[in-house]
Design a binder for this molecule. Structure first.
Ligand code: SF4
Length: 784
C-alpha cells in the first residue's frame, strides 16, 4: 500500500500533433473503422422513449460498462468528457420497459427461438417467475412464494450442494458483499464471480509474486511512462476511452508496444471521437507489434530475460535494476540461472518470435527508466495463466518498474463490477478484506457474529460439473443461484454446460433480462427473480475500477420496473428465510449500512462509508501499491519465480485456436460485424501464409475441428501469426475442452489445437475421419 495519493485528472495538450495521425484523409474515409456518430444516433433512437432518464444515467451515474471507471462523464485521469459506444450500447439495459406479458408467458419454445440479443431486446424481467418440471411457460409468482420455496429447498440439502455465482453486470460492491455474507451465513463457500473466467490468474499471480491482488498503478501512470506494453489486451476495443489515455501518453513521448498473436487494427490506429484532431485524422497507437504464438508469452518473456542476462555479462548494470532487485526481491539467482539455461531454439519455437526480436524488446525495456505492463485475457485465459502473469511480474521487478510514478503492472478489467467481486468475498478463496485463511475467517466471525463454513468452496466451473455427480454425493449440485451470467455463452463446450444446468434440482436466475441459460430446464424448478440496475437501487451503490477507484453511483430518478428489488436486499432476505434464527445478522437496513460494514470488514475499503453523493470517489491503496518497492508479502519482498515453458500441445499440421471479441460487451453481442476489421462472427481469422498453403480465399467455407467440437465458418485473411487462428467468443467455444482448468486460479482453458480444412475437404472425408485420427490429436488437451 502506498502513502502517495492520486493527484487527479490532467489536461490534454491543446495543439495538434500531425506526427501521430493515421492519415491526412479526414474521418478515415474508406477505412474499416467504427462509425461513432452513426452509433450515437442509433443509441439515441433506441432510447427515444426515455431520453431524459438516459441522459441522467450518463451524466450522473457510474458507467456499468467496462472497469476503466467514470462517474458521469468525468474520470480521474484526464480532464474533458469520457464516453464511449460500449457505454451507449449497454445503456438500453437500464432504460427499457418490462417484457410484455404475452411474450413472457408464451410457450418456452417461443422464447427459445430467440438469441440472447433477441431476448435482451424483449425488455426487463418485471416480477418473479417460476417454471416447474414439464411446464411449458413461466408463471408469475410473488416474492414471498419465490423466496420461501427457494429457502425451503436450500434448507433440505447439504450446504455443499448449493452454489452461488455473480456475474459483473453492473453489480455493486454492496451486492457482492451481501451475497458473500449471505452464502457463508447459509453455510456454503461455493460462491464465485465473473473474474473466474477473466482475471482470476491475475489476482493469484500478483499475490504470489508481489503480495497484491489488483493493479499496482493508475491510468495516469501511462501518461509519460517510457514504455507502455499491452500484453494480450485490445484495450482500444474493450475499454475504448483508454485510447484517450494512450493518446495523452504518446503526446508525452511514451512508446506503445503490443504483444499479441493478431496485429489488432484497433491498437494500430484509432479515431478518438472526443479529441478533434484524432476524430479527424486518427491516432497511431502502437509503435511496435510482437506477434507471439498463442500460448507463446512465457517463452517470449524468458527470451527477454535471457537477453538481459546476456547484456549484463557484457556490461553489468545495463539491463537489470540491481538496486531494486537487491532491496526488494527474493529469488534472483534462481531466476537468472533458469533464464540462462533456456535454449534460444526452444524459446523461438514456442514464442514464434526470433531471438533478434526478443533482444530488441529487451533492449527497449532496458533503456527505459519507467514502464507499465497492461494485460487481459490473452494472458489469463490459458491453462498456465497464473504463470503468464508471474512472468510479467518478473520482468517488472527485474527492471524496478514497481511502486513509483509511471511504473506498474495492470490487469485491465472488462466489467465495471468485477474488481470488487473478490475484494468483497464473493469468491471461494476470499473473504472481505483478505484471503480465506483461518485468521481472516476468525476476524469475520467476530464481526459477523456467526460461524463460517471452513471447507474449501468450489469454483463455478466445478460447481456446474458437480451437477452431474451421483445423487447421494455430498457435493452433488442441487441448487444453483446465479445473479446474471449466461453459462451457455461463456463456458467452453456449451452442450456439456447445458447438461449441467439441466441436472440441478432448482436454478435461480436473479437478473434484469432473460438470456438463453435462463430458459434451460431444471429437474424441479427454474426461478427468475427481477433485479434492479445499479441506478435504481435506493441509497445508490459503489463499484471499483481497474485502478482501484471506488466510485459512488447515486440512485437516479426515473421509471422503475414493477417488482425489481436491490440485489443486496434479495440476498439478505433469502438468507434470513433459510435460517430465521439469526436473520438480523444478514439483513441490512439500507445501502449505507452495508458500506459502513464493508469499511470494517475490508480494511482497504475504509473510506467507502463516506461515499454518499454523486462524484464521491476514493482510491484504495493509494496511487501505487508496493510504493517504494515494499511489497505486502510476509517479508516485504517480491518473489522472482523461474517459470518453465508450457508444454506445447499442438501436433504437426494443427493450428492453435483462440478467441477474440467483436462488436460486443463481454458475452453480449451488439452487432454481427466487427467494426475494426469487418469480420463476421463466424469468420476464422487466418494468416495469408496459412491460407495460401490450404488454398483458401477470403470467404471460403472452412471447418475448424478437434476432439471437442466442430466450428463451421468462413476464412478471413488477417495479420495473425502463422500457425494460429482466431475465432469469435462465444461462438468458437465449441472448440475448447471441458474440465481443463488452470491449476492455481481455476480459469478454464480457452485455447486448443485444431485442424482447419476447406469445408468441402472436411465433408468429403467425413466417413473416414474416425480411422484417420492421429495419436497426437488424442493426447492433446489433457487436464493439468
Ligand atoms: S471506456 Fe469503459 S468506463 Fe469508459 S465509458 Fe466506455 S465502457 Fe464506460
Amino acid at each position: 500500500m502506498g502513502a502517495t495519493k492520486h493527484t487527479g485528472p490532467i489536461k490534454l495538450p491543446g495543439r495538434p500533433d500531425p506526427k501521430l495521425w493515421v492519415s491526412k484523409i479526414p474521418f478515415g474515409l474508406g477505412k474499416v473503422k467504427p462509425k461513432h456518430v452513426r452509433e450515437m444516433m442509433k443509441v439515441a433512437w433506441i432510447n427515444r422513449d426515455s431520453l431524459p432518464y438516459a441522459y441522467r444515467i450518463l451524466t450522473q451515474g457510474v458507467c456499468d460498462g467496462c472497469a476503466l471507471g467514470v462517474a458521469g462523464l468525468r474520470d480521474r485521469t484526464l480532464e474533458g468528457p469520457h464516453l464511449c459506444t460500449t457505454r451507449l450500447n449497454v445503456l438500453r439495459l437500464n432504460t427499457m420497459p418490462a417484457i410484455k406479458p404475452g411474450v413472457l408467458h408464451a410457450d418456452i419454445d417461443e422464447l427459445r427461438r430467440r438469441s440472447s440479443a433477441g431476448l435482451r431486446e424483449l425488455g426487463r424481467i418485471p416480477y418473479p417467475l417460476v417454471r416447474g418440471k414439464g411446464e411449458r411457460a413461466f408463471r408469475r409468482a410473488t416474492w414471498d412464494e419465490a423466496l420461501d420455496r427457494i429457502a425451503a429447498k436450500i434448507r433440505g440439502i447439504d450446504p455443499k450442494q448449493l452454489a452461488f455465482y455473480l456475474t459483473a453486470r453492473g453489480i455493486t460492491n454492496e451486492s457482492y458483499y451481501a451475497a458473500a455474507k449471505a452464502a457463508r451465513y447459509i453455510g456454503t463457500n461455493n460462491i464465485d464471480n465473473a473474474s473466474r473466467i477473466c482475471h482470476s490468474p491475475s489476482k493469484t499471480a500478483l499475490k504470489r509474486s508481489l503480495g497484491i491482488g489488483a493493479s499496482s498503478c493508475s491510468y495516469k501512470d501511462w501518461i509519460g511512462t517510457d514504455v507502455l506494453v499491452f500484453w494480450g489486451s485490445v484495450a482500444a476495443s474493450n475499454q475504448p476511452v483508454s485510447t484517450k489515455y494512450m493518446y495523452a501518453a504518446k503526446r508525452k513521448g511514451t512508446k506503445i508496444v503490443v504483444i499479441n498473436p493478431y496485429r489488432e487494427p484497433a491498437m494500430e490506429g484509432y479515431w478518438i471521437p472526443s479529441i478533434p484532431e484524432s476524430a479527424l485524422f486518427g491516432t497511431r497507437l502502437a509503435d511496435d507489434f510482437y506477434q507471439v504464438n498463442i500460448g507463446g508469452d512465457i517463452a517470449f518473456m524468458n527470451g527477454v530475460m535471457k537477453a538481459w542476462f546476456e547484456m549484463e555479462e557484457e556490461r553489468p548494470g545495463s539491463a537489470i535494476d540491481h538496486g531494486f532487485v537487491r532491496e526488494h526481491t527474493n529469488g534472483f539467482e534462481e531466476l537468472k540461472a533458469h533464464a540462462k539455461r533456456m535454449e534460444w531454439e526452444a524459446l523461438e519455437a514456442s514464442s514464434g518470435i526470433s531471438r533478434e526480436r526478443m533482444r530488441e524488446f529487451a533492449r527497449l525495456l532496458a533503456g527505459a527508466r519507467s514502464g507499465v505492463f497492461v494485460w487481459s485475457m490473452g494472458l489469463t485465459q490459458h491453462r498456465f495463466g497464473t504463470d503468464n502473469i508471474s512472468q510479467v511480474a518478473n520482468l517488472a521487478m527485474l527492471r524496478g518498474f514497481i511502486g513509483r510514478e509511471h511504473c506498474g503492472v495492470m490487469p485491465i478489467r472488462g466489467h465495471s463490477g468485477v474488481q470488487g467481486a473478490g475484494e468483497m468475498g464473493a469468491d471461494p478463496f476470499s473473504l472481505p478484506g483478505g484471503d480465506f485463511t483461518g485468521k481472516e475467517a476468525a476476524r469475520l466471525e467476530s464481526l459477523w457474529g456467526f460461524e463460517l463454513p471452513k471447507w474449501q468452496g468450489d469454483i463455478v466451473g466445478v460447481s456446474l460439473e458437480n451437477a452431474l455427480l451421483p445423487e447421494d454425493h455430498e457435493r452433488k449440485l442441487k441448487v444453483f443461484y446465479t445473479s446474471g451470467g449466461n453459462f451457455l455463452e461463456t463456458m467452453p463446450n456449451p452442450d456439456y454446460v447445458r447438461r449441467c444446468l439441466e441436472s440441478v434440482d432448482v436454478r435461480v436466475h436473479q437478473d434484469i433480462v432473460l438470456n438463453t441459460s435462463t430458459l434451460v430446464d431444471a429437474r424441479e424448478e427454474v426461478w427468475v427473480l427481477p433485479a434492479m440496475t445499479r441506478y435504481e437501487q435506493p441509497g445508490g451503490g459503489t463499484s471499483t475500477s481497474t485502478e482501484r477507484m471506488v466510485y459512488f453511483s447515486p440512485e437516479i430518478q426515473g421509471p422503475r420496473i414493477e417488482e425489481a428489488r436491490p440485489e443486496w436486499e434479495i440476498y439478505g432476505e433469502l438468507a434470513a428465510r433459510v435460517k430465521p434464527e439469526g436473520s438480523g445478522k444478514v439483513r441490512f437496513r439500507d445501502a449505507a449500512a452495508i458500506r459502513e460494514e464493508i469499511a470494517r470488514a475490508a480494511p482497504n475499503y475504509d473510506g467507502i462509508q463516506h461515499l454518499k453523493r454523486q462524484g464521491d470517489v476514493f482510491q484504495w491503496g493509494g496511487a501505487w501499491l508496493c510504493e517504494g518497492g515494499l511489497c505486502p508479502t510476509p517479508d516485504g519482498r517480491g518473489r522472482l519465480l523461474p517459470i518453465e515453458l508450457p508444454e506445447r500441445r499442438k501436433p504437426e499440421g494443427h493450428f492453435y485456436a483462440t478467441t477474440r471479441r467483436g462488436k460486443q460487451f463481454n458475452s453480449m453481442v451488439y452487432g454481427e460485424t466487427d467494426p475494426f476489421n469487418g469480420a463476421g462472427r463466424m469468420d476464422v481469422l487466418i494468416s495469408s501464409q496459412d491460407a495460401d498453403s490450404l488454398g483458401l480465399r477470403d470467404g471460403d467455407a472452412v471447418v475448424a475441428y478437434n476432439r471437442h467440437g466442430v466450428f463451421h465458418g468462413r476464412a478471413k485473411r488477417e495479420a495473425v501469426a502463422p500457425g494460429n487462428i482466431e475465432v469469435y467468443w462465444p461462438e468458437g467455444n465449441v472448440l475448447f475442452p471441458t474440465g481443463v482448468y488452470e491449476s492455481h486460479a481455476g480459469i478454464p482453458e480457452y485455447n486448443a489445437a485444431v485442424i482447419v480444412e476447406k469445408a468441402e475437404t472436411y465433408h468429403a472425408r467425413k466417413d473416414a475421419r474416425y480411422v484417420e485420427r492421429r495419436i497426437e490429436e488424442l493426447e492433446i488437451d489433457l487436464p493439468g
